[in-house]
Design a protein around this ligand. Sequence first.
Ligand SMILES: NC(=O)c1ccc[n+]([C@@H]2O[C@H](COP(=O)([O-])OP(=O)(O)OC[C@H]3O[C@@H](n4cnc5c(N)ncnc54)[C@H](OP(=O)(O)O)[C@@H]3O)[C@@H](O)[C@H]2O)c1
Length: 345
Amino acid sequence: MLNASIAGASGYVGGELLRLLLGHPEVEVKQVTSESYAGQPAHFLHPNLRGRTNLSLVSLQELAPCDVLFAALPHGQVAPRIEEFAALAKRVVDLSADFRLHDPADYPLWYGWEHPAPQWLPRFVYGLPEFHREALREARYASGVGCNATVINLALWPLYQAGVIGKTVVEVKVGSSEGGAKPTRASHHSERSHVVRSYAPTVHRHLAEMLQELTFNEQQPDIHISVTSVDLVRGALATAHCFLTEDLGEKDIWRLYRQAYGDEPFIRIVKFRRGFYRYPEPKILAGSNYCDVGFAREEGSDRLVVIAALDNLMKGAAGTAVQAMNVMCGFAETAGLEFPGLHPV
Ligand SMILES: NC(=O)c1ccc[n+]([C@@H]2O[C@H](COP(=O)([O-])OP(=O)(O)OC[C@H]3O[C@@H](n4cnc5c(N)ncnc54)[C@H](OP(=O)(O)O)[C@@H]3O)[C@@H](O)[C@H]2O)c1
């Protein structure tokens, strides 16, 4: 049994990590931190965990050594503490963006600050097992993933890897929990409920992770994204309009996706002729670690529409982080992540 602690456990991602790790057969949760709620029981903030844990939140200063430390703090709060965190834990999984990008020059460009610990960037593996499983087996440090980046990266990876698409335009619709637990005027119920709001019509920070992860043979992908906030709590749905550079039919596309994801435990190819759940939908993925991916080939044109869905707090954050830890620690990759989601919900 390993022990794990969670920094930033009062937040939405920290709460989801706690839920997963409490049910993990190989892990015992040691400490959970919050600066604002230190001294309160964890279930005060995560009422779904009542009766499942007696842990109380402690401040970051009280963190003791542990086997694995998950950091679920806001961007910019982990990099300045990395020496301290690495001294406490043999393995660190950081869910913020602080160690997702390899090039230090990307931080001023996408996040507006100079990276305070650039020497640590090469020590981190981008924590998406589907792309970096072998590197993660040897890694002590893994980053988390951006939720919008992940739904788009998983949707497009087989196509960019095969070199069969050029320009791609992606619309991603996102739920409110992407913004975290800290309320703002824009997240207030009166403003946020029932919206279909263009949040980032032309650019989003997660594009940096797409450019990094979908570059093959030194060719950056030609991707353009728009993010729209919709009336969901959990979930992201990406609709990617891809323009093929080769004349591929449905069978060819099936083959590319099966080759890429046929053995993946958390990626399902969802494309059915009948029924009403014919393509991926975030609604049925809430709480699960699946990313569902489907596609539709437009006849008589070069357009291929790829559709992908996930739960941003799970496959887009905590679920993938636990999956990465499983790979790093040599556990079964699906350990603690078997929950299939609810239907109806
Ligand atoms: N939400 C998502 O869908 C999602 C998806 C992928 C990745 N992520 C990333 O995961 C991280 C956590 O996101 P979240 O949605 O869980 O955010 P959140 O709900 O706002 O939680 C943030 C946590 O960090 C703590 N915190 C805030 N400011 C701090 C500071 N200055 N020093 C120390 N602790 C501080 C908060 O604790 P107290 O205020 O209680 O001290 C809270 O526990 C972020 O980096 C986010 O980008 C989020």
